[in-house]
Every structure is written in C-alpha cells, then in structure tokens.
Design a protein around this ligand. Structure first.
Ligand code: ATP
Length: 226
C-alpha cells in the first residue's frame, strides 16, 4: 500500500475540532487545504492557516474549482449541520478520495457517514468523555484506546508487582497485561531519564511510571489494583 502519511489533507468545517486538527497538521509540516462556509471564520484563521478558503462544500462545483479530486485524504469536521456533513462526505466519496474521515455527533449520523463513503468515523466529544472517565476512575495517568478492545495505559505500578523482576510478577498469567516500557523514578547508570523498554529483568519501584498494554477490561482491572 502507498505511504500517504505526507500527503496534503483537506479539512472541511473549521469549528473547534476542525480548527485544532488543521492547525496541528500544519504545525507538523503537512500541507492543509482548510474550507469553511463562514467567511468570518476563514478570515480569523487566515494568519495561521496558509491555505484557507470560504466555500460551501455541499456544492459539487466547489470541489471541482478547488481540485479536491486530486487529494488522497480528507476530513469532514462539520458537526451540527448533519445534512451538510453527509452531503460533503458523499461528494468526497464520489471523487473516490481514498481516505475520508468524518466527525459524527451520534450513532445514526455515524452509520449514515459510513454508508455514504466515510472510511473512518470519529466522535471527538464521546471519545474524550470516555478517556476522561478512565483517567478519573483509577490511578491511570493516561489512557489511549488502540482499537475497539485494546488499550495502552500510563500508570504507577501497583504494589503487587513492585520490587521483583517482571518475570516473577506473573503479569501475563495473573493480570493478562504486558508492561512494555518503564520510566524510572530514580534513573540508574544504565537507564536514562525517559522511558526505556521493559525486559523480564526489569524491577519496578513504586514511583516509576509504566506503559501497560492489554485488552480494555484487563488494563482497567490492572489500573485499579492497589
Ligand atoms: P465543533 O464542536 O468542532 O466546534 P460543531 O460540531 O459545532 O463543531 P459545526 O459548528 O456545526 O460543528 O460545524 C463546524 C464548521 O463547519 C462551522 O464553522 C461551519 O461554518 C462549517 N460548515 C458547516 N456547514 C458547512 C458547509 N456546507 N460547507 C463548509 N463549511 C461548513
């Protein structure tokens, strides 16, 4: 499969989500064509986004004029105007853009977006709500879902696994999780100040930070352990 990670991105809809996304992409050196139908929004972002235009993306001619058919990646970040979100997504699909992302506000909206051709559908508010719930409910310091059922968490190790090499702490058999990296509270001569890969010989201290991967159910259980 072709590597499209450096390809330009069209971002449609410059609300909070679309704006943050477009600015972050530009910051990372990706070329972005940002579009919003509100000229005031476009005006206010023109100093920070090199290519930002005022246009209504429910109009197929706009796509033609802007050469959208040549892009490999597009994000529809329109939320509350569901009709505009669906129409814009289907016009991108008509142009056979191979990577279409769309923001949904609810499950029905999401399933329509998929049906009209979105390859990825995201729920920013919902996903952030879930993430914050995980962070609030345990000793987790960070939590990222990698898939519908898999996650990585950053946490301080529970007492049950402190003070012994990882091979003896039975993380896999007892908890069903894997510690992949450790950031020691007190870096030694062989470890730097940042994260290093964990090995079977790694001995955890209570104040260390660890990255743990596993199914959501298993990492949550481990994250709640004393
Ligand atoms: P956020 O939560 O990210 O702020 P939102 O879910 O409230 O966004 P909206 O405000 O509905 O989303 O839409 C985001 C932007 O999309 C708005 O700035 C709006 O002007 C723009 N937009 C809506 N319809 C169109 C359209 N047909 N063409 C281009 N831009 C559009």
């Amino acid at each position: 499969m072709a590597d499209i990670s450096g390809e330009p991105v069209v971002v449609i809809g410059l609300g909070r989500f679309g704006t943050a996304l477009a600015l972050e992409l530009v910051e990372r050196g990706t070329e972005v064509l940002a579009i919003d139908r509100n000229p005031k929004t476009v005006q206010s972002l023109s100093g920070r986004l090199p290519h930002v235009v005022a246009a209504d993306t429910t109009d197929p001619e706009v796509f033609e004029q802007l050469g959208i058919g040549d892009f490999q990646r597009a994000v529809v970040a329109i939320g509350s105007d569901i009709q505009a979100s669906i129409l814009s997504t289907s016009l991108l699909a008509d142009l056979e853009i191979p990577n279409i992302w769309a923001k949904a506000t609810n499950q029905q909206h999401a399933s329509i977006l998929s049906r009209v051709g979105a390859h990825h559908v995201v729920f920013p508010e919902h996903e952030m709500g879930e993430r914050v719930a995980h962070l609030l409910s345990g000793r987790l310091l960070d939590y990222v879902e990698l898939d519908a059922d898999f996650a990585v968490i950053k946490m301080k190790p529970p007492r049950a696994v402190v003070g012994m090499p990882l091979r003896e702490s039975k993380l896999r058999s007892r908890w069903g999780v894997t510690v992949v990296a450790v950031k020691p509270e007190n870096p030694g001569p062989r470890s730097g100040p940042g994260f290093t890969y964990a090995t079977p010989d790694t001995v955890l201290a209570y104040g260390d930070l660890i990255l743990v991967v596993g199914t959501i159910e298993k990492v949550e259980r481990f994250g709640g352990a004393d």
